[in-house]
Design a binder for this molecule. Structure first.
Ligand SMILES: [Zn+2]
Length: 103
């Protein structure tokens, strides 16, 4: 079995973080500037932008609470959990950002 690497030429310098759990290496912005979801599934918390929110009507906050209740487990089977992944630290950054926004 070979895992195909994503083409390095496609790599962008900007990174996108998950607004639910704080995972910082999403390939696309969860929401485009026009408001559509990316349909990317966060490998950490499993939220799918444009589906979990738009189709299922689940807010980031609700999903986050469920994910925390479930032990903040890495959900992706296809993407390996980064060795340095610290769910609690990532979560702290996202909660901080959310607090700033709601001010
Ligand atoms: Zn996430």
């Amino acid at each position: 079995m070979t895992m195909h690497d994503s083409a390095p030429l496609q790599m962008k310098t900007s990174s996108h973080s998950c607004p639910v759990c704080g995972y910082a290496k999403l390939h696309e912005s969860p929401r485009s500037s026009s408001g559509g979801g990316s349909f990317e599934i966060c490998p950490s918390c499993g939220f799918q932008f444009g589906v979990s929110d738009d189709d299922d009507g689940i807010s980031y906050e609700e999903w986050r609470e469920d994910w925390i209740d479930g032990g903040m487990e890495w959900t992706s089977k296809g993407i390996e959990q980064p060795r340095a992944w610290d769910a609690k630290a990532a979560l702290a950054t996202v909660i901080k950002a959310a607090k700033k926004r709601s001010k």
